[in-house]
Design a protein around this ligand. Structure first.
Ligand code: NI
Length: 185
């Protein structure tokens, strides 16, 4: 097990299209996935794609924590640590919503990014077993964000409203002030 170094925005590895994984069951892929999960947890992230740790392969890990799931029928499953190798993704329907996102490669910042509410995705795990399904909400959003990393796309490249972009600390301060104002009688 090892904590891997995370590439930050500006590094070319984040802009390259990643290559398919030839053998998802290979020992080095299992080791990479274990290290990516450990790195994601250490950095308190919700997802991590292989190019973010300088490995240009099509795989990512993510987790849906109970406090993040929207409660929607397609988003209630709480996944501790999921891996998706060689993913395919299909956006379903016309419902696109703004979703607040951060990225371990863009530390300290977050932004509202338009994402499809409902998607279908599939891939395999490190046993070669199929994973994925039809999902919504947070689950659908994190999969779109991580999938984008495999095509060299970072969330600012998806943004439509740059006024909804800021430092976590500032946004948290504003949110706290607004909550306090609403709580006042
Ligand atoms: Ni990211």
């Amino acid at each position: 097990m090892a904590i891997l170094k995370i590439a930050r925005m500006g590094h070319p590895v984040l802009l390259a299209r990643a290559e398919p994984v030839a053998d998802p069951t290979a020992p080095e892929i299992k080791r990479l996935v274990r290290d990516m999960v450990e790195t994601m947890e250490d950095a308190s992230g919700a997802g991590l794609a292989a190019p973010q740790v300088h490995v240009p392969l099509r795989l990512f890990v993510f987790r849906v924590n109970p406090d993040r799931a929207s409660g929607d029928a397609g988003d209630t499953a709480v996944l501790p640590n999921a891996v998706v190798i060689n993913p395919e993704i299909e956006l379903l329907g016309e419902d696109v919503r703004l979703r607040w996102e951060g990225c371990l490669s863009i530390p300290g910042l977050r932004a509202a990014v338009p994402r499809a509410w409902r998607i279908r995705y599939r891939g395999v795990d490190t046993d070669g077993q199929p994973v994925g399904g039809e999902v919504t909400g947070f689950h659908a959003g994190v999969v779109q964000h991580e999938f984008d990393h495999l095509d060299g796309i970072l969330y600012p490249m998806r943004m439509t409203d740059f006024s909804l972009f800021g430092f976590n600390e500032e946004l948290a301060r504003v949110a706290a002030q607004q909550a306090a104002a609403q709580a006042r009688p």
